[in-house]
Design a protein around this ligand. Structure first.
Ligand SMILES: [Zn+2]
Length: 263
């Protein structure tokens, strides 16, 4: 709905069931497709009870996060993300994700995150590419970490971090974003106009191309390392994993930093 108000060309109906107006209550809960996904999960009863109370989608989500256990809340949040991804895949890529796959994708994401969180941390191979998105008020929205080859040059790692963030946020269709990086070299090169034919320069060029194509009213800014502690903690958590991680609830390791930042 919000995208349509901004004149982005989205279909007005629900692409998962081809009927009704797509509002968030329908998409996430009342759509027959999404309702089947919940039925396949062990959250089906709680979701049904919450939805029949006649609340709007925000209230349903808030209510469920209050009543579910921490483990269930994490699954609940990843399923919401996976349904959103299913909808975007249909609209932007014309790909139909099966309902059991939507649940599986959520579960495996959670599994990977838990595995990364439990992994032993080794500070020597930390790369600075944790990504954390917060809303206007500083509240946590979504985060992701990706582990790069441990031995790559630190500036290249930082530039790849920015490129990953630009690609990922574009994929999520989140709108204007302020990217905060603690690498002065990356931010300066991103803002500069000089030609740089090194590998680092090529990555920065890719960043500029993506940014110019897809980002309006957005910015890439330098922040002091302490202020950007969240990303570092996420990068640490990803150290021993080779996969992407999208963290849809504040993982334990960054919770205290998010709270500190919001105060
Ligand atoms: Zn529908």
């Amino acid at each position: 709905m919000r995208l349509r108000e901004k004149r982005v060309n989205c279909p007005p109906h629900c692409v998962l069931c081809n009927s009704a107006d797509e509002d968030s209550l329908h998409l996430f809960f009342n759509c027959p497709s999404s309702s089947n996904v919940w039925n396949l999960s062990n959250l089906s009863n709680d979701v049904k009870i919450a939805v029949t109370q006649g609340l709007n989608s925000n209230a349903v989500i808030f209510h469920l996060l209050q009543v579910l256990s921490a483990e269930e809340s994490a699954l609940f949040a990843t399923i919401l993300w996976s349904i959103w991804k299913q909808r975007n895949n249909k609209i932007w890529n014309d790909v139909t994700d099966a309902q059991n796959f939507v649940l599986e994708r959520a579960s495996s994401l959670l599994y990977e995150w838990n595995a990364a969180r439990n992994a032993r941390l080794n500070n020597n191979v930390v790369n600075r590419d944790g990504i954390c998105i917060r809303d206007d008020e500083g509240a946590f929205v979504i985060a992701r970490t990706k582990c790069l080859t441990p031995k790559c040059d630190v500036h290249i790692g930082e530039a790849l971090g920015l490129l990953t963030a630009l690609q990922w946020v574009h994929e999520l269709q989140l709108g204007p974003i302020e990217f905060e990086l603690d690498s002065k070299k990356v931010v300066d090169s991103f803002g500069a106009n000089r030609h740089d034919s090194t590998e680092f320069g090529a990555i920065i060029n890719d960043c500029k191309t993506l940014f110019n194509h897809f980002y309006e009213n957005s910015s890439v800014e330098f922040v002091r390392r302490q202020a950007n502690g969240t990303a570092h903690e996420l990068a640490k958590a990803a150290t021993l994993s080779t996969n992407f991680h999208i963290l849809v609830t504040p993982p334990h390791c960054i919770e205290h930093i998010l709270i500190n930042d919001m105060l």
